[in-house]
Design a protein around this ligand. Sequence first.
Ligand code: GLY
Ligand code: MN
Ligand code: MN
Length: 438
Amino acid sequence: MRKPTEDVRIFAERRQRIAQELQGSALIVAAHPEHVRNHDVHYPYRQDSNMYYLTGFEEPESILILRPGLKPESVMFVRRRDPERETWDGFRYGPEGVEKEFKIDKAYPIDEFMTHAPGLLKEVDQVYYRMFKNSEADAKVQECLEKVKSMQGRTGYGLLPVHDADTLLGEYRLVKSEIELTNLREACEISAQAHLAAMRFTRPGVTERQVQGVLAHNFFMKGAAREGYNYIVASGNAATTLHYNFNDQVCKDGDLLLIDAGAEYNYYTGDITRTYPVNGKFTDEQARVYQGVLDVQKAIIDYVKPGIVFKDLHDMGTSLLTDLMLELGLLSGRKDDLITALQQKRYYPHGIGHWLGMDVHDAGLYYRKGVPREVGANMCFTIEPGLYIPADDTSAPQKYRGIGIRIEDNIRVTSHGAENMTSSVPKEIADIEKVVGK
Ligand code: GLY
Ligand code: MN
Ligand code: MN
């Protein structure tokens, strides 16, 4: 008999906390669907982050309905046990197992959703549900809400209002608890060790795929369940493609290698980028651009503390990187005019970072009703400035063409500043040169 991966009291406590805010409402959360990769082969299944956050349950074809203050308060619809399917695909908890192992008040087979769900929702005034991300679940919820409406007849109760569950849950997920930080730090440390191993492995002639293999080997050997997102292992000019995923070239002497990769541990992911020379020694041009980006990254991390506004980090990144573009001769003109015309986006087309947690681009608002939000203790995010100068950009100085650099660390806001959770992978030029290929 399988057991839940983590202590399920964690999830029960989360549901209770949310229940205090949601009296009179119901929260509906659905599992991700499974996807076919090719004939008879599925993509590896990974539970929806909100579903895992609230239940710890990892099976597809499941729906949670949370009804604060009512009995039963937590209800799940899950796959029935099925000896034949379990012979092929493995263990299922079934409704009984879910009640027993996951501290869920009542569980039904998923094929009985329409039998029970309308009655459960008839007792609430409004519903929280994330629409438009899962068409199968949307269809079920729509049918259910129509049924609730028809059950009410012409009593004035009509269709239940639906609010966005993502926004609601994102605000909880944004501020990390101790157990979440333990998982996230572990994900960060596994990711960091894997980057270090990849640095040591790199030398001219190795392939990007082999470097990816070193990352994956280290992720799994150190306890990660999977990667948090697709590996980016981009040598030479490929580093100027932001989400390069081909990873099929040979790493050449004289080129830089950009690696953006993160391990997922207990559903939390690291997100680290390092850029370094394939042969272990920066050229003068590479060092100049690299040091410029590194100085920007360190200045922004130094600025982080509770009370600062996340948008200010973006603005700081734009301002400092535009200075660097002017210094390198990539742009010319007045800085403010260039930024107004978004000229810096030619070489720095992304933002300075994003919330980090269960999803690499984690849940949580950046603005509340249009107002940029302040950061507070135990919010976690990346700081990842970059500069990307395509090889075919004839307006850039020749010596910088084909250089793509990003440096990305994972930051937690402390009570007075910032903790860098990924500091164990080198990023100073001298430290990198001591490690690559060794
Ligand atoms: N790895 C994706 C990102 O850095 O946002
Ligand atoms: Mn990132
Ligand atoms: Mn990244």
